[in-house]
Write a new protein. Sequence first.
Lengths: 237, 342, 485
Amino acid sequence: MEYPNRKWTMVVDLDKCNGCSACVVACHAENNVPIVTEKQVGRGRSIHWIRIERYWEGKYPNIRVRFLPILCQQCKSAPCEPVCPVYASVHSDRENMNLQIYNRCVGTRFCQHNDPYKVRFFNFFDPVFEEPLNQQLNPDVTVRTAGIIEKCTFCLQRIRRAEEQALVEGSSFLQAKVLPACVQTCPTGALVFGDLNVSDSEVARLCGSPRRFRLLEHLGTEPNVYYLKGGETNVNE
Amino acid sequence: MPRYELLGLYFDPAPVAEAITQIRSLGVPDSNVEVISRTPYKAEMLNRPTQRGRVGRIALIGAALGILGAGGLTVGIYMLYTLNQGGQPSILPVPPSLIVLFEITMLGTMLATFIGFLLVNNFPRFKSRIYDPQVTEGHIGVVARADDSLAIQVEEVLNRTGAHAVRRVEVTDKKDYRSRYFWGAVVVVPLILLAILGLFVYDIIRLPIPSQMVEQESVAFQQGPRLPAPAGSVPVQGSALIAGQPASEPVPVDENSLQRGQILYTINCAMCHGAGGAGNGSLASHFTPPPADLTTKDVQNLKLQDIFLIITQGRSKMPGLSENLSPTERWDVVNFIRSLGK
Amino acid sequence: MSTSELDRPIWAPEDIKDEELARQEKHLREKHLLLDPRFPPEANRYMLDPMYRTTREFWILFVILGGMVMIFMTTWGIQMYWGLGLTGLNRPVMWALYIVNLVYFIGVGHAGTFISAALRALKIEWRRPISRAAELVTVFALMVAALFPLVHLGRSWKFYWLVPYPNARQLWPSFHSPLMWDMMAIFTYLSGSILFAYLGMLPDLAMIRDHSEGWRHRLYAILSLGWRGTEKEWSNQETALNIFSYVIIPVMFSVHTVVSWDFAMSLQPGWHSSIFGPYFVAGALFSGVGAVIMTLIVLRRFMHLDYFLRAEHFNGMGMFLLLLSLTWDYFYFNDYIVSWYGNEPVEKVFSHILTSGWAAPLWFLMLFCNAILPALTLWSRKVRTTPSALFLVAFFVQIGMYLERYLIVPFTLGFNEFPYSWGVYIPQVPESLITVCSFGLVAFMYVVITRLIPVVPLWEVYEGQVLHGLKRMGRALIKTKAEPD
């Protein structure tokens, strides 16, 4: 079956993000992302496929905070890919995404070093899902074991299911109906997802905005996540 | 092959050169004379012809094989396995391929040099040749091979020039095949090991390794342990299981039910579970785990509603039959299955 | 004493009538190994006796080092079972002590081949008694280094996926990755070193075969492959050793360059530098020569190899160490000034923390050990020829080079473009134990091999003694070396 080429893109509107972290929780729920214990988080091993980075500016009482939701940028020229010796990190030309193949990963962690956004996460221990959290695990997503690198996949399982369903039902595939968990949950609508190839999609419209920028563009990674400038929160106002 | 081998031991190199000259003048060809020492003496020092070796040529063969091997490896892998990585050219990125080419060429050269060295010298030697351990104590040995009359003359020369120990050994023509066995083993044993490895690599022998992530904690539709229904919920199909109430069988166990159950069983269940319920249907061998033997105590001791639910929802590889059978039909089958145990 | 006529054995003492010349001859004999041939059975015993004599101290050392090897394996097993979380790794410092050890041991493994192959090619004669000890350091350091990629893998038991082999799923490894080049390079270098060492060992194994009985005789008869010492064997061996020397020198350069590309190919600020290739090779040679010096001094002391290892050898190695120290200084300064001058934000952070932050003690210690101490001490011939002083300098060089790799790997990884993702690495018990015990593993293998293989290549020494002589020029005796065409 020939599926058409897609250019899955996410737009993050920093003006609308208020740092509520609902996207983080949704991602955990959808993708079986393990909760490492408090002690491990203290050691710097937390796993959040999407995280809200906070940057504080100024001194009290004139503090300003900026939120930066950062997830895998799904770079077109991903630096994390060529360094994997076992082809666990490869590029999907059709979907324009960076794929991580869990059962191929041997855990060299080179991809994590070459990733300038540091959005790849290593399972230092076997994930533990305590009762009754193990009943909530998503069967569409592999539960990873220790020694494997994982990262955001733009909820590829949802995209694939929508494509297959459209095929089975004979209906047309509506890219607007496919939402990753974080986009679905974001209360302010700061996250927008879609196919940039579809010229009348929401993402295509937002990408025309003059506020548009990408992270670390000088490195030439050509990320597929666009940010819209804005987003200063004055805490004391 | 001349009949005798003679060895003369000397303390120092000067009389050796003299002895060699005299042996040559006796008519013994240079190829039948050898000098054994614990340090290399250059040929000119002892009046010997220079040795030309084939090791260098064998090394070049190794280098060529290395280049071919590396080329095959890099080009081959890229062609067999075209995956896009980071926008780098997926057919033959040149710089990485050059690195691999260099390393494997050098490896080939070195391996070929070593193996060539062994082959050219006929190492490892199984057949013992004439030798004296005093050579490693600093003595220099002159070995000459000659037939009867010449041998006596050579022995005289050795004694005359000052050899302090002269020995004569008769050369046997006995063939020693140990050398062939050795090289045969060197070739065959790795092949056997590779073949055994191939059994594992091609999944002919499958090792159940837990980290393959085949067994998942998450529970998919029609899989995994069934959770008890919460109190107050109403079952969708029939009164098979209402929380808090004892199980009921809406269809009484009588002749008609059993007969209907048997017909329905033969149509829907027998191909996997077998005509008698022993788990030996014609499709049974295709499933891992195999279809359950319904006559065992484990199955027979199941509560009626559990059997009903298994037929409705399926379990593991068994599909749910809620679309094939109505609830009463399913109860007939349940009654029939129960009768199998009697 | 003139060997120009080969009219008597080189070890037979010559009667020199002139008193002055006799005194000079005696002095030169004491100073230079290659002018001091001894009665062959006696010379052989200088090497055989230490091999056969196993003292109580040896067994104590054996037990201690064996214990360290056990601890290494056990800790690794525990880490494989529970996961890499037992170490101090975090995000972003995903490579730490194991990679530092990998780089360090590969570095140590460079000197052996350099001394053996490059000095052989350059016809530097003081390499003769030290080449085998150096080669053995290379072989064992490389073996232990090759363990570390396995130790640091998240799923070590799947390491064989990095080997290109045909399989049912038609999966192949990726040659885009520097780790694959690493694997090829280390495998080539290790095999080459082992074969090179073995090839050079054959005549000496034959000698032991002739001087042993029982199981030893059988073992060495097998290992020496039936070596007799005929001209053909010597000539082929020389050709083979020459080919090996010329091939393994470029391989040696390439190996550490490829290891450096593990770092240089990444986008990590502080790593993405084109100087890494030669920088690492120079550093490798530097630490390796230091390690070989330390090994030789220990061997000389405990195996009483004073006949073979003399002041001239340590003098040569000491000068070599000084030269390498200056080379390292050159490359390090190159790397440092470029980042100091450039004002690039992340590299500014590095410079600040290295010079005046929490890493400053480590940085200054490294500079002292690598740059200042050798430069201050190794100029003096007295220091170079005093074993204990040279040992100390070489030891500090090891500390300095280890610190250098530590500052390159875990320290640099802690900083990147997003300050939110900065982290500090603190070594924990498992990797510290494994690190310490890896040194024990190398020492263990080395200590065992000294019982089985003569650490001084006797035939090379004897060959040198045949070729070296004294020539009388006027009122003085001069050392000469004959070089056959």
